[in-house]
Design a protein around this ligand. Structure first.
Ligand SMILES: CC(C)(COP(=O)(O)OP(=O)(O)OC[C@H]1O[C@@H](n2cnc3c(N)ncnc32)[C@H](O)[C@@H]1OP(=O)(O)O)[C@@H](O)C(=O)NCCC(=O)NCCS
Length: 155
């Protein structure tokens, strides 16, 4: 897939499928975002379901990404979402999430869930404003010992 999106906050980005050479930029963004993944894991998830890995591109540069996986229960799961810190607060994260919802709806998936750090108020606010509800808490979920809030949304 490939779409041009004009965010509500006045930035135009291309949202397209991840391609293997994008991994370098994805890892730069993921490292500055303090997510827990590594390149091997991202490439494995891409191989499992290539359509579930989307990037946002601006002027030829990858500035954000979302990775969606399908769970054994037949739900979607947002595995990772991050935007380059220089481009945050301009609607790119919201646009990537919307593209992920559309992808799942096309496959007739009814729910999407995710885990988010207890301290990550910005992401929690984004998810709540896009219809996610808190459904649980997992202590010591992250490598550094922080707990996760589980959230779920009807698509
Ligand atoms: C979470 C993240 C992806 C949001 O991306 P973004 O492009 O900045 O988000 P958007 O500009 O689309 O903003 C969407 C919502 O996020 C929230 N938000 C964004 N920036 C915010 C800020 N500085 N303060 C508070 N809320 C903020 C708002 O609720 C906003 O909603 P609105 O569109 O109704 O104003 C980005 O902050 C990021 O990469 N963070 C680090 C990685 C991370 O935490 N990922 C989520 C892991 S579960």
């Amino acid at each position: 897939m490939q779409v041009m999106v004009s965010t509500e906050k006045g930035i135009v980005v291309k949202i397209r499928n991840f391609e293997i050479p994008d991994i370098r930029r994805v890892m730069e963004i993921e490292e500055e975002s303090l997510l827990d993944g590594d390149a091997g894991l991202y490439l494995e998830l891409y191989e499992e379901w290539p359509e579930g890995f989307l990037v946002a591109e601006k002027e030829g540069e990858v500035i954000g990404f979302v990775v969606v996986v399908l769970t054994l229960e037949g739900e979607g799961r947002i595995f990772a979402l991050a935007v380059d810190s220089r481009h945050r607060g301009r609607g790119v994260g919201g646009a990537l999430l919307k593209a992920a919802f559309n992808l799942l709806r096309k496959r007739k998936i009814g729910y999407v869930r995710l885990e988010v750090r207890v301290s990550n108020q910005i992401a929690q606010r984004l998810y709540k404003s896009r219809g996610f509800m808190e459904i649980g808490f997992i202590p010591f979920y992250y490598k550094d010992g922080e707990g996760a809030i589980m959230m779920r949304k009807v698509l």
